[in-house]
Design a protein around this ligand. Sequence first.
Ligand SMILES: [Zn+2]
Length: 473
Amino acid sequence: MKARFAGTLSTVLTLALFAPAPLALAQPLTPEQKLFREIYQELVEINTTDSAGDTTRASEAMAARLKAGGIPADDIKVIVPPGGPKKGNLVARLKGSGAKKPILLLAHLDVVEAKREDWARDPFKLIEENGYFYARGAADDKAMASAIVANMIRMKKEGFVPNRDIILALTADEEIIPSKFSGIEYLLKNHRSLIDAEFALNEGGGGHIDKNGKYLYHGVLAAEKVFQTYHLEVTNPGGHSSRPSKDNAIYHLADALSRLGKFDFPFKLTPVTRAYFERAAALESGQTAADMTAILRNPPDPQALARLSMMPAYNAQFRTTCVATMLDAGHATNALPQRAHGVVNCRVIPGESVAEVEKTLTRVLADAKISVKPDGEPVLAPPAPLTPEIMRPVEQISAQMWPGVPVIAAMLTGATDGRFLANAGIPTYGITGQFRDADGGGVHGLNERLRVKSLYEGQEFLYRLVKTLSSPQ
Ligand SMILES: [Zn+2]
């Protein structure tokens, strides 16, 4: 995923602490955990970067594991897009009674680049050290990918017959935007029937651990903001810089962007973010807790809103944002600029009209000389409903495994592959059961890591959750 739930929330939330510190895993591994660890290691050690990697190889390795685990060959498909021999995807199915529509379990196989010389250890070797697994993809997203493979094998071995098909999809090119080999887009377009489901579970959610090892809360993502970039351009005849005029392309653009910098899009809560602030208010203390409660009133308290708006992670939860990200202008040190170009990146609250956001942006820039052009089409992703069918088992299993640690639903201000599923009408929840360190655990960066205990907890949580969701209630 591109922008983590962990990064956006944990830096700001200073929550009351309920749970005891997790201790290192003391018990020997069960046979299921041993197999899971083998699968995890195998997957991590297959390089799946864009530059040198191969998700087809990873798909084939996981397909072989599923076959060996008893899943019929007909229910396992390695799907390689034309022109992308190293951009394969895996879809597999544990057949159920068909009483309900299937569940889709999604994880991506590709990982962000990692250079051996920059890392303390080989990024493509699984290293277990001081209670952590280290490797590129150790967390994002091979922990979930291997957990859903291992769990499908575990259920098959137990003879478990779900009341709905359980589908697993492991995909290419989640980390690349845009990519012509985006696995999830390819599957939706060409193999919809293979992955069609009532809802999907994906990366993005998960728990948060503070620096003392205390479990803070368990997050479920039920919405993603909509991503839309705009190109702004001003052109001008230019001329010699010794004879400037007030009509200057750089000044037009700079003035407009500084107006944008002072502007706030309107405050708006969705059912997901309202539920988030209700829970977060109960976990926060002092002024911040009071402010969270005050913005839930109708109308929201303006002073409370102003204070919370100063905190970027909260501000991004309750309003659309548009921010300048790039600038380039001029062609010579002694010439008046003939062209000024800027980029504004917007993150739109799901359900808001992107066309309206563009209109507002143009109005705030307030300069007819600036052309505003969208970069590509937005992927509209409606929030997934927080239904009791999903949330009750999540809360129950979470309470069994981590007593006293609250479950909080939230909106991702970044983006995952979940947006393509949501856009295609498959509600998608970010639920992993993995608790991660507050600093993000080196995801996308150096020395990516995941607690050993969190790996096995994530597997167990997903096993129990998927079983509950596919058993008669
Ligand atoms: Zn990811």
